[in-house]
Design a protein around this ligand. Structure first.
Ligand SMILES: [Zn+2]
Length: 161
């Protein structure tokens, strides 16, 4: 596995069956981890159609971790009624650190990144313009373009503690 992509589901605070098909791991609002239908290794080869389709233009070798929530998010002033929680965000950061260790993935902007960041650097893919993750409700002072680095620093902290 070459990288980890961080998402929100755009759904409610716990995963549904469709979301479990899309991501390898899902963290609900209480911080509990749910496994997806597919394993990360299913994304090593995406030609057989049996893989988690979480990142248009980049599924091969990509682990998908999703935070459940942000249904009807419009913008930072209109975030819907299922905002991500702090305990949930921290559980996701910790899980990502464990995945980095397990799969020997370095924590860089190319290898641990949000769906939004992938879209920005791959403007010709369907990932371009994705809002996840441009706003973290528990850390609402962060601007959209600061969130990737914020998450990477959190993941580094969990890796070292
Ligand atoms: Zn996404």
């Amino acid at each position: 596995m070459k990288r980890i992509i961080i998402h929100w589901t755009g759904g409610i605070w716990k995963p549904n069956e469709h979301e479990r098909e899309c991501y390898h791991y899902l963290i609900d609002a209480t911080g509990k981890k749910h496994e997806g239908i597919f394993k990360p290794e299913d994304n090593e080869n995406c030609y057989d159609g049996k893989y988690a389709q979480h990142i248009g233009g980049g599924n091969t070798g990509s682990i998908g971790v999703a935070l459940c929530g942000m249904f009807r998010y419009n913008n930072r002033f209109d975030i819907g009624i299922y905002p991500l929680t702090k305990i949930q965000c921290e559980a996701a950061f910790k899980l990502i650190s464990e995945l980095c260790k397990k799969y020997d993935i370095k924590i860089t902007p190319e290898t641990v990144l949000t769906h939004y960041e992938f879209g920005k650097s791959h403007p010709k893919t369907s990932s371009y313009g994705k809002p996840d993750i441009t706003f973290l409700p528990p850390y609402s002072y962060l601007e959209a373009d600061e969130i990737g680095n914020f998450i990477r620093n959190k993941v580094k902290w969990y890796l070292n503690n």
